[in-house]
Design a binder for this molecule. Structure first.
Ligand code: ZN
Length: 122
């Protein structure tokens, strides 16, 4: 496996989410080419928001996991970490409130993001 990429269905939050997993070389080249996004050697995963160079219009949310930068047993935990950043960014971007007493929508959304994302990891 060098790189796997999935565009998540927009769902009720109507936002472009792209999840990528692969080796540092392939993923960092892809991000440089399509987003002009630089990744340092030590980075294992990240979430960021940016419009693709090819189409400046839609702001996209991108998560990635560098599968050769950590052990295989860390791949899913790193993905979960990035999913939390992504989910909070979407909720804040849409002005959706959440708190310890009102956490079910966020918890369900994180669950959905993980179900949709995990297939990029083998
Ligand atoms: Zn983080």
């Amino acid at each position: 496996m060098t790189m796997r990429k999935k565009q998540l269905p927009a769902g009720i939050y109507d936002t472009d989410i792209c999840v990528i997993a692969g080796t540092f070389d392939t993923v960092s080249k892809y991000l440089k080419k399509h987003y002009d996004h630089h990744v340092d050697e030590w980075v294992v995963g990240r979430f960021f928001e940016k419009a693709p160079l090819s189409n400046k219009n839609p702001m996209r949310r991108i998560m990635f996991v560098m599968t050769d930068r950590c052990r295989k047993s860390e791949h899913h935990p790193v993905l979960m970490h990035e999913i939390v950043h992504c989910a909070l960014s979407i909720f804040e971007g849409r002005g959706i409130r959440y708190s310890s007493k009102h956490s079910e929508p966020l918890a369900y959304f994180i669950e959905w993001l993980y179900k949709e994302s995990r297939e990029v990891l083998t």
